[in-house]
Design a protein around this ligand. Sequence first.
Ligand code: R5P
Length: 283
Amino acid sequence: MYLIGGTASYKIAEDLSNILDSPLAKVISKRFPDKEFYFRIVDDVKDEHVIIVQTTYPDTNLVELLLMQNAAEEAGAKKITVVIPYYGYARQDTKFQDGEAVSAKAIAALISLNADKVITVDPHKEHILDFFSTSAESCTAVPEIAKYLKQKKIDLVLAPDKGAKERAKTAAEIINCDFDYMQKTRIDGSTVEMKPKKLDAKNKTVAIIDDIISTGGTMALAIRELKKQGAKKVFVACTHGLFADDAIKKLSNSGCDEIISTDTILNNYSKVKVADSIAKLIK
Ligand code: R5P
């Protein structure tokens, strides 16, 4: 069995190689002067199980993944497992308006071309796994995030909306504290509305947990609401820290006490690793 890490997820591939006690394949990857990607597997992977690890965000990393898969297929790999720590494009999982592309489905079709198995972490909605025409499974980073939060003496875990309640419940069970959810309405891609809801947050250390922080709009509103309701400290945690535009500034200006994300998208807040959760599915 060989591991191959794309440029977006090399560190996770390295972690998996250590956990699974399998080597990282020797590869050559580069960008041509016009920025097109080149990829070659140097080791002989014929009849081997090859595990390719690559987050599909931003778009350039998706192209890298498709080429890595093709190289493994061309080299005669026996089995290709694709690990996608963050599956980008998952949020457009249906036609919200006539004429729209269903991005989660379109990208899944491409990845399925050269994959025997797909593994991803905390997909936006579980049903996107059905878009892959190959076997597809997900694992969750929430227990690892909860272990990190446990050291912070959290009194209350909140989901920013009702749909994310189960995630908050799982974390709260591990931390051994209460959980609840907030009332969010999404107006468009960058605007959300947070309806005040009486929460038992006064003088408490609260953690808000979500799958993605993108513009930070959802979390910023939630933090402000909680501080208004008297929360002592507010931590925000997510699996996938996209932190688009001025998200970090927005969070700090709202009074956030700490930002936590995993390493599915490497950033300055990647305090939690996902390799152990992924390895359990490979084993
Ligand atoms: C949406 O349903 C997701 O779970 C996140 O709440 C959302 O993607 C966060 O986006 P933003 O940070 O832009 O508010």
